[in-house]
Design a binder for this molecule. Structure first.
Ligand code: MG
Ligand code: ZN
Length: 375
């Protein structure tokens, strides 16, 4: 978008140098300055896995009729289907966000020929931005994996973990310790290899805050929050907000003038949908919304950060039924799988206006790049 600033009319006065000293205005000029809109310095992409309209609506009505999503000035919709199925999975969907292509069910960072495609996180690194990933699933699970790994199948967790070691990502927090330290396919200890590469690596056996405070001057940080899947929030998982906000602080401190790219996933909204469990969905949504409030507070203060919130797909065909009241919902599910419904997109900050409208999920990638003014 070109912003046109009309400066005040400049009247040029020509001085005539004759003896009578009369002054005659001869021309009126409108001066037009063309200015590029500000590109964001940082991007924070928040993905609520399985967070469709039913999840957002129920989570809001069960949270005193409010959520952080109401603070976003720009709302759009995306079409979540993948290359070989109208109903996508998280792997193909995250590959669309990360790389701007439609690919097949289960694909991680590869195209329909299983060939690797560059991801926005890798491109950000090549432009000297710093990068981070936070998830409430394992860090090798489909959604985060699609930002740094390239594999024909999301199930190859140990291969995906190797890709994380090679990725150069500056900050990561998520579960899946066993895929790094007790591997079935080889004898490698990837936590050790990450330390060799300069990372401070911690895990769930120590306190995250203490670990972070001890290591925040380091160049790279990784923390594995569980041996495999982290617990649901209802069962005591509590690291999402703390590790995300400290991640922002860490990446912002590292990034100097080049900025950072951070993807944060509320992974288990999806698992509540698969379990057809409304309390699971709502508790995960409210935790995610509370984090988004804090992220927006930070971005408002920063002024140079594009914040985008979306989901990969809806899960469960979750709806609010007749007989529901505010704070007391009757809900229903149409399946234990994903649905094909369009998915809302929320954007705030420089470049956010690009995200209004209805578009393919692949456009999220292209809009982020356009906002950053990448060629
Ligand atoms: Mg996921
Ligand atoms: Zn799912």
């Amino acid at each position: 978008m070109i912003r046109i600033i009309s400066l005040s009319y400049l009247i040029l006065f020509l001085c005539s140098c004759n003896a009578t000293k009369t002054v005659t205005p001869t021309k009126s000029i409108t001066q037009v300055a063309i200015q590029k809109p500000n590109a964001p310095k940082n991007i924070i992409l928040l993905i609520g896995d399985g967070m469709g309209m039913g999840q957002i609506s129920a989570g809001t009505y069960m949270n005193d009729n409010t959520s952080a999503l109401e603070r976003f000035p720009i709302v759009g919709l995306h079409k979540p289907h993948c290359s070989d199925s109208l109903i996508t999975d998280s792997a193909a969907a995250a590959t669309s966000f990360a790389s701007g292509i439609k690919t097949y069910y289960n694909a991680i960072g590869v195209d329909t020929d299983s060939l690797p495609v560059p991801t926005i996180l890798e491109e950000a690194e090549s432009k000297s931005m710093v990068t981070g990933l936070v998830a409430t699933s394992t860090i090798v699970h489909a959604t985060p994996a699609a930002f740094y790994a390239h594999n024909k199948s999301r199930r190859n967790y140990e291969e995906i973990a190797v890709d994380l070691v090679d990725s150069g990502v500056d900050y990561f927090v998520g579960g899946g310790n066993k895929f790094f330290t007790r591997r079935e396919s080889d004898e490698r200890n990837l936590a050790y290899e990450l330390k060799e590469k300069g990372y401070a690596i911690g895990n769930y056996l120590s306190d995250f805050t203490q670990f972070f405070e001890t290591n925040k001057e380091r160049k790279k940080i990784g923390f594995l929050t569980a041996d495999k899947d982290p617990l649901p929030q209802l069962q005591g998982r509590d690291y999402l907000e703390n590790s995300s906000l400290r991640g922002i602080e860490f990446l912002d401190g590292l990034s100097s003038e080049n900025g950072f790219f951070l993807m944060i996933e509320g992974s288990q909204i999806d698992w509540g949908g698969h379990a057809n469990n409304p309390e699971y969905i709502v508790s995960e949504f409210i935790e995610f919304s509370n984090l988004i409030h804090k992220v927006l507070d930070w971005a408002e203060n920063d002024g140079n950060t594009l914040v985008v919130v979306t989901a990969d797909h809806e899960t469960g065909g979750f709806t609010i039924q007749p007989g529901s009241e505010m704070g007391n919902l009757k809900t229903a599910f149409t399946s234990k799988k994903h649905s094909g419904d369009f998915i809302p997109v929320f954007a705030y900050g420089p470049g956010s206006e690009l995200f209004s409208g209805l578009y393919e999920n692949t456009a999220i990638y292209h809009k982020m790049r356009k906002a950053l003014d990448w060629k």
